[in-house]
Ligand binder design. Structure first.
Ligand code: GLA
Ligand code: ZN
Length: 682
C-alpha cells in the first residue's frame, strides 16, 4: 500500500477510536473487527488512546508487540492507523507510586487515582514517564507504513472540571510565569488593581491560584491564572510532541473539544500540524433542530478557522452518547447528515467513538459502530457502511477543496474569560450562545464564516463581525481601524471595547469611537419589568438581552429603541470611515433583526450564497472550493443539507451536477428529511 499521512491522506478518512487492548484475550473478536471494518468501508483507526497499562504494564517494562501485530494486520488489510500517546489516562502503578502526578483541586485537595485527563502538567515524574514512553512509541512505530500520524493524548484538560491543577508545583510555576510577565510586583499590582479591598501583594509567595477558599475576585489574577493553566497544559503537550518528533516525522494532532473554555485553541493550533476535534451534538433535543445544527456548524467552522485548512472530525457517535441525562438515538438519516455536515464545513474525515462497544464500565452503553450483539446486522452498522461508500464516492471531488469565507467573526478566548468574570448588569450572559445567535442567520443564508481571534488577520475578509467583543487587546483597535480604512465592513455590538488585556476598563472615549461614530454610555437589560424593542426599516424587533445606550457622534442612525426613557436612542448605527464602514448594533435582539440587517449587508457587498438557489426554512448550504495556483477558483462544491423532520423542496436557479450520481439537476429539488445532496457546477 502507498505511504500516506494524516492531513494528506488522499481520501476521506473513515474509522475511529479502536480499543483492541480491551479485547486482547479474545482473538476471534479482533478477527471479526477486521472483517466488519472492511464491510463498513473503514480505512483508518485511532489506536492506543487509553492503552498505557498495556504498553507499559510495569514501570519501565514496555510491551509493544501486541500493538505492532494489530497495526500490521490492519495495514495488510488496507486500514491505516493514527497512533495515540496514551497520557489521557494513567496506569495504577504510576498513580500509586507517585502521588505528585495527580491533580490538586481549587480547594487544595489532591485527587485520588482514577478517571482520566487528570495529570498534573507540572509534575517532573509525569513529564519524564511520558517522555520515555512517547519516545519509545515513536521509535518503534514512527516509520511503520501503516501509521499516518500522532494523536497526542486525548481531550487534554477535559475532566468535567476546569483542567487546572493547584498543587505546590503548579503554584510555583504560576509565580514564575507571573514574574516573567510582570518583572515587578508594582507592575503586577497595577495590572490587577489590587488596592481594591486592600489586597496589594508585597511578596511573590503571597500569590496563589484563585480559590473559593481564598481569593477569586481579583479579575486580573483570575485572567492570568487561566492564561497560565492554558500555557502549562500546552507546555506539557509540547514536550509530548517533542518526544514523538525525536523519532518520527509524522504529523501531530490532538483531539479538541470545540469551544472548550480552559484551552485557547488559537494558541494550541500553532503546536499542531492538523486540527482535529470531537463532535457530539445533542440532536433531536428540542423543537428547533436547526439550533443544534447551527451550533455544530459554528464549532466546525471554528476548527477549520484555526488553520484555515480542512480539519479532521476525530470522534462522533454513530448513534447515541450516554453521558447526557437523556440520550436519544440519532433518527434514521441523521448520522449521514451530521457526518456530511462536518465534511461540508471543512472536515476531511468522519471518525467515531468508538468502533466496538466494550462490555464493562461507564461507556458500555455509549454508541459504537459494532454493538454488543448482531455484528453487521444492525441499523447503525448499515448506516455507517452506507456513509462509508458515499464518502469514498465524493472523496476525489472533495479532497483538496476548502471553505473560503469572506466574512469573519471575532472569537477570543481571553475576552470570553473576562466576560464570564465581569459581574455587570447581566450575570447570566452567555457569550457563546450570543455568538451562535450572530452566526446562525448567515449560516441560514448559505454563507460560510471564519472565526478569528484578536490576534488574527482581518484583511482577507470583506466583513468582520465582533459581537460582545468585551476585551480589546493591545493593537486590536488599530487593526480594526486600518481594516475599515481600507474598505472593510466592521460590525460590532454593545459590551465591546470595555476592558484592556488586564481586564481593566478603558477610561475616556470608546477605543473605536472615531470608527464607530458613536459615544457609548450606559447598558440596560430589558426584561418583564420593561420590555423594549427596536424599529428597523419599519419592523419592530423584540430586545432579548443587553442593550447599550449610545449617542450618535457622526454616525447615521438606522434603528431606534421604541420604549422606556431611552425611546428614540440609536439601536443600530452606520458610520462611513475611510473607504469602509462600521455598524454598531446597540442591543441583542430577536433573530429576525439580524436576518434583515445581514441580508442588506450581504447584498450590498455581493456576498450572497454562491449556489443559485431559493432556500426553504431548515435547509442550509456550505461551499467548498478548489483554487488553482494563481488563486482562481476552479471547482466549487455545495452541500445542501435538510435538517427538517420533513422533506423540503428547494428551487435551483441554474443547472448543477449531483456529485454522487453524475446526474444533472435543476429547478425543483426534493430533499428528504435529514439528507444532504452534494452538488457541483456543471
Ligand atoms: C470523548 C472521549 C472518548 C469518549 C467519548 C464519549 O470524546 O475522547 O474517549 O469518552 O467522549 O462520548
Ligand atoms: Zn500540579
Amino acid at each position: 500500500m502507498e505511504q500516506r499521512k494524516m492531513g494528506d491522506f488522499g481520501g476521506i478518512i473513515h474509522g475511529g477510536d479502536y480499543n483492541p487492548d480491551q479485547w486482547l484475550d479474545r482473538p476471534e473478536v479482533l478477527e471479526e473487527d477486521l472483517l466488519l471494518m472492511k464491510k463498513a468501508n473503514v480505512n483508518c483507526v485511532s489506536l492506543g488512546i487509553f492503552a498505557w497499562c498495556r504498553l507499559e504494564p510495569e514501570e519501565g517494562k514496555y510491551d509493544f508487540d501486541w500493538l505492532e501485530k494489530i497495526i500490521q494486520r490492519l495495514y495488510e488489510n488496507g486500514i491505516y492507523t493514527i497512533l495515540a500517546t496514551p497520557t489521557g489516562a494513567m496506569p495504577q502503578w504510576l498513580t500509586s507510586r507517585y502521588g505528585e502526578v495527580m491533580q490538586v483541586n481549587a480547594y487544595g485537595v489532591r485527587n485520588y487515582a482514577g478517571k482520566r485527563h487528570n495529570y498534573c502538567p507540572s509534575s517532573p515524574v509525569m513529564r519524564e514517564k511520558t517522555r520515555q514512553l512517547d519516545t519509545r512509541l515513536a521509535e518503534r512505530f514512527g516509520a511503520h507504513p501503516g501509521v499516518i500520524g500522532w494523536h497526542i493524548s486525548n481531550e487534554i484538560g477535559g475532566n468535567g472540571g476546569d483542567g487546572a491543577c493547584h498543587c505546590d508545583k503548579c503554584q510555583d510555576a504560576f509565580r514564575k510565569w507571573l514574574q516573567d510577565k510582570y518583572g515587578s510586583l508594582e507592575q503586577l499590582n497595577a495590572a490587577w488593581w489590587t488596592s481594591f479591598w486592600s489586597h496589594t501583594y508585597t511578596d511573590w509567595n503571597q500569590i496563589n491560584s484563585p480559590s473559593p477558599r481564598g481569593e477569586d475576585l481579583v479579575h486580573g489574577q483570575n485572567l492570568d491564572w487561566r492564561r497560565f493553566v492554558d500555557s502549562q497544559q500546552r507546555d506539557f503537550c509540547r514536550e509530548e510532541i517533542k518526544a514523538v518528533r525525536s523519532n518520527s516525522t509524522l504529523p501531530v494532532t490532538t483531539n479538541m473539544m470545540e469551544f472548550f473554555e480552559t484551552l485557547n485553541y488559537f494558541k494550541w493550533a500553532q503546536e499542531m500540524d492538523i486540527i482535529s476535534w470531537d463532535s457530539y451534538p445533542d440532536w433531536h433535543s428540542g423543537a428547533d433542530e436547526l439550533q443544534t445544527a447551527a451550533s455544530t456548524a459554528v464549532a466546525h467552522s471554528l476548527m477549520r478557522s484555526l488553520k484555515k485548512r480542512p480539519f479532521l472530525l476525530m470522534e462522533s457517535t454513530p448513534s447515541v452518547v450516554n453521558w447526557r441525562q437523556i440520550n436519544r438515538l440519532k433518527r434514521p438519516g441523521m448520522h449521514e447528515l451530521s457526518s456530511l455536515q462536518a465534511i461540508a464545513c471543512g472536515s476531511d474525515s468522519v471518525q467515531y467513538f468508538q468502533w466496538r462497544k466494550g462490555r464493562g464500565s461507564s461507556e458500555k452503553y455509549h454508541g459504537a459502530v459494532v454493538d454488543h450483539r448482531n455484528g453487521e446486522d444492525t441499523r447503525v452498522f448499515r448506516e455507517v457502511a452506507r456513509l462509508g461508500k458515499r464518502l469514498e464516492k465524493i472523496a476525489p471531488r472533495v479532497i483538496g477543496t476548502c471553505n473560503r469565507p469572506r466574512i469573519a467573526m471575532v472569537f477570543d478566548w481571553e475576552s470570553w474569560w473576562a466576560v464570564k468574570d465581569a459581574r455587570a448588569v447581566d450575570n447570566n450572559l452567555n457569550y457563546q450562545a450570543v455568538f451562535v445567535d450572530f452566526f446562525r442567520p448567515l449560516w441560514e443564508f448559505g454563507v460560510d464564516v471564519d472565526m478569528v481571534d484578536m490576534e488574527g488577520e482581518l484583511d482577507a475578509y470583506s466583513v468582520v463581525i465582533a459581537p460582545l467583543n468585551y476585551m480589546y487587546k493591545k493593537g486590536y483597535a488599530e487593526k480594526v481601524r486600518s481594516f475599515v480604512k481600507r474598505g472593510g465592513c466592521y460590525i460590532t455590538t454593545c459590551w465591546s471595547g470595555e476592558v484592556d488585556d488586564s481586564d481593566l476598563t478603558f477610561t475616556g472615549a470608546h477605543p473605536l469611537e472615531d470608527v464607530l461614530g458613536i459615544k457609548t454610555e450606559e447598558i440596560d437589560v430589558p426584561d418583564g419589568y420593561c420590555e423594549n424593542s427596536v424599529r428597523y426599516q419599519g419592523t419592530d424587533y423584540r430586545i432579548t438581552g443587553l442593550c447599550g445606550l449610545v449617542h450618535a457622534k457622526g454616525a447615521e442612525v438606522l434603528a431606534e429603541y421604541q420604549n422606556d426613557f431611552y425611546r428614540g436612542y440609536p439601536a443600530l448605527t452606520r458610520n462611513a470611515y475611510g473607504d469602509g464602514e462600521s455598524y454598531y448594533i446597540a442591543s441583542l435582539n430577536e433573530r429576525g433583526f439580524l436576518k434583515a440587517f445581514y441580508g442588506n449587508v450581504l447584498r450590498e457587498r455581493g456576498l450572497e450564497c454562491g449556489l443559485q438557489v431559493r432556500l426553504t426554512e431548515g435547509v442550509v448550504v456550505n461551499e467548498r472550493s478548489r483554487v488553482a495556483k494563481d488563486g482562481e477558483q476552479v471547482e466549487r462544491i455545495w452541500f445542501l443539507q435538510n435538517f427538517n423532520r420533513e422533506a423540503a423542496v428547494v428551487e435551483l436557479q441554474a443547472c448543477y451536477e449531483n456529485v454522487e450520481t453524475g446526474e444533472k439537476v435543476t429547478g425543483r429539488l426534493e430533499l428528504p428529511s435529514f439528507t444532504c445532496a452534494v452538488l457541483a457546477e456543471g
